[in-house]
Write a protein that binds this ligand. Structure first.
Ligand code: GYE
Length: 332
């Protein structure tokens, strides 16, 4: 009992400390405030972002911040630096602050039931954006807005099947996975495996996390190149890891896009540039521009209106030729 009380006190203090720095600087699990124009009746949204691990994430943060401003919603924003514990602290702090709605992009899928229950008990609606949770009780959140990551993995696999349809030689694939335990890493892996699994010639010879970052993508690709003498294809769960891997491949004296074919996911500008330059072969789009839809959902949820339990983002794919066409007008 005593232990439980002291845990609660510590949690309370942490939340209070977080609340205190809510209008302070950026980064960490603290927060920054923006939007809303300071109007008295403005909806207040607490948003816990995963981090700033990729170009996708930067574009997503910008979209959320701009859309909040546009919608007249006061945004309390915190960056969890890819740590679940920071997100849980931020959510508890938002509960304490009695915000009108909480939105967050869960870094991993598991382990959210307790804090989501706390929000529900406090009658604060929660909207999941970008990434899913695996909670069995779906009443813990109002809606989940984001991409279909399994579908993205399938699209990557389908391109590969088509690309190698005329050959029977073994195709050796290395895979750079996203953050371990995250929905996009789990689902992009599963969707891809399902499609290529139908043909024995496709072999995943190595698969490891690169944590969705460029630096880790390079580091892990370096190790793959040393351990695997014959790599035909790299499948990276995002552009940033693919871009890091390109540096490793060039460093090893090989030609990315030719000696090793590369498929990535996201289609951020840097990725699209590498695709147009022939260093990447195919990109499956994943849109980070979720802000406007999130604000619409938030307004409805706060007004007590019903919203769809799942809102799937519409996305496309890009070949090298299509990337050249799309680049000039690419928003992110
Ligand atoms: O693909 C990756 C980012 O959750 C969809 O997270 C997002 C992923 C995105 O770091 O670049």
């Amino acid at each position: 009992m005593l232990k439980r009380i002291s845990t609660l006190v510590v949690a309370g203090l942490t939340a209070a400390a977080l609340a205190a720095c809510g209008t302070g600087g950026s980064g960490g699990s603290g927060g920054t405030e923006g939007g809303g124009g300071g109007g008295g009746d403005a909806i207040v949204m607490g948003f816990s972002q995963v981090g700033a691990e990729s170009g996708w994430r930067t574009a997503n943060t910008k979209s959320v911040q701009e859309a909040a401003k546009e919608a007249g919603i006061t945004l309390r924003f915190s960056d969890a630096q890819q740590k679940q514990e920071n997100q849980i602290k931020a959510i508890r702090s938002y509960i304490q602050q009695k915000v009108d709605v909480i939105a967050f992009s869960p870094v991993v899928e598991s382990g959210w039931d307790t804090v989501l229950k706390e929000a529900k008990d406090a009658k604060i609606p929660v909207i999941l954006t970008d990434r899913a949770v695996d909670s069995a009780d779906t009443s813990l959140y109002k809606s989940f807005l984001g991409s279909d990551f399994v579908e993205e993995g399938k699209k990557a696999g389908q391109w590969l099947v088509e690309e190698y349809k005329d050959g029977s030689d073994t195709v050796n694939i290395v895979e750079l996975q996203g953050t371990t335990g995250s929905a996009p890493a789990n689902d992009r892996k599963a969707g891809f495996a399902e499609i290529i699994g139908a043909d024995q010639k496709f072999k995943i010879v190595a698969s490891q996390t690169g944590d969705f970052t460029r630096a880790k993508g390079k580091e892990v690709m370096d190790a793959f190149l040393k351990a695997q003498p014959d790599i035909d294809v790299l499948y990276a769960h995002n552009d940033d890891m693919g871009l890091g891997a390109i540096e490793a491949i060039e460093g090893a004296g090989k030609v990315p896009g030719k000696d090793i074919k590369i498929i990535t996911v996201d289609a951020v500008k840097d990725g699209m540039q590498a695709l147009a330059d022939g260093k990447i072969n195919y990109i499956v789009e994943c849109s980070p521009l979720l802000g406007p839809q999130l604000m619409d959902l938030a307004k409805k949820v706060v007004a007590g209106e019903s919203v769809p339990a799942r809102v799937v983002t519409e996305e496309t794919t890009f070949t090298q030729e299509q990337a050249k066409e799309a680049l000039p007008s690419r928003q992110y």
